[in-house]
Design a protein around this ligand. Structure first.
Ligand SMILES: NC(=O)c1ccc[n+]([C@@H]2O[C@H](COP(=O)([O-])OP(=O)(O)OC[C@H]3O[C@@H](n4cnc5c(N)ncnc54)[C@H](O)[C@@H]3O)[C@@H](O)[C@H]2O)c1
Length: 254
């Protein structure tokens, strides 16, 4: 019997009707689930990624990419209410062998990129009350892991950025929050399974069993479950929640 939750197709929902959202990493596993959920909830969504059929192609690690993303939302929909900063990358190596190139690549995508996006979108997000900044953090924002220096540092750092945005946005009715998923079985994690087989010298089935065992509920998190939490945080029901991080981790941090 599968340990995975059956993800049921939900009825349309109008809770984000009239809202314009930008979602980065939209061609990825979680990003495409976010685009789907936000669209189901009535939002107009601009998906952004390096590639992907229905995405605006932009490099969110650069100021130019983030400016293009904000410009596209305004051009297409005339406003921008919600930023979902979800793009991610991974590289695993011991610190002694961790290249500066990989360090900067990961920090650029998951820490500098969100800063550049928030800066580029700020004037639009505070134009009217109800603006939302949402960041895909990780359980790695709280707990470190060997061989992931850049990922863990970026995911810790982006929580600090989120909190500052929450403080500065408060007077404008803007909230800023993060979600912290634990393991989802996405392409990002498939790469890590291979890295762990190599770095830890264990067979793949053992690595998968170890990942599943980290959750109190012994399964992977589904991208749709994280997307549903982000949709809640994007809506009016979360108006009193700001400057925090919601774990979507099946009890991994408990
Ligand atoms: N999979 C997990 O277990 C897990 C757990 C916690 C947090 N996360 C986070 O969830 C987010 C989504 O990851 P995922 O698991 O869906 O992985 P994924 O690899 O399926 O998606 C990541 C996407 O980000 C895009 N991206 C990378 N660099 C970019 C850039 N410079 N410009 C534009 N797009 C770029 C990639 O092209 C890819 O489509 C990431 O921030 C990741 O760190 C994942």
């Amino acid at each position: 019997m599968s340990t995975q939750a059956a993800v049921t197709v939900a009825e349309p929902d109008a809770s984000l009707l009239g809202r314009v959202a930008v979602v980065t990493g939209a061609a990825g596993a979680l990003g495409s689930a976010i685009v789907e959920e936000f669209t189901r909830c009535g939002a107009d969504v601009v998906g952004v990624d390096l590639n992907g059929e229905h995405c605006l192609h932009a490099d969110i690690a650069t100021a130019a990419g983030n400016a293009a993303m904000v410009a596209a939302a305004l051009e297409r929909h005339g406003r921008l209410d919600v930023l979902v900063l979800n793009a991610g990358a991974q590289h695993m190596a011991p610190i002694g062998e961790f290249s500066e190139e990989e360090w900067h690549r990961l920090l650029d995508v998951m820490l500098t990129g969100p800063f550049l996006a928030i800066r580029a979108a700020w004037s639009e997000l505070i134009r009217r009350p109800g603006g939302r900044i949402l960041v895909t953090a990780s359980t790695s924002s709280f707990v470190a892991e060997r061989y992931k220096a850049a990922y863990v540092a970026a995911k810790h750092g982006v929580l600090g950025l989120t909190k500052v945005a929450a403080l500065e946005g408060a007077e404008h009715g803007l909230t800023a929050n993060a979600v912290a998923p634990s393991w989802m079985r996405t392409p990002l994690v498939e790469g890590q399974v291979a890295d762990r087989v190599r770095l830890l010298g264990k067979p793949e089935h053992e690595i998968i069993a170890e990942l599943v065992a980290e959750q109190a509920t012994k399964r992977f998190v589904e991208p749709a479950e994280v997307a549903a939490t982000l949709a809640f945080l994007a809506g009016s029901g979360s108006s009193a929640i700001t400057g925090t991080c919601v774990p979507v981790d099946l009890g991994a941090l408990a």
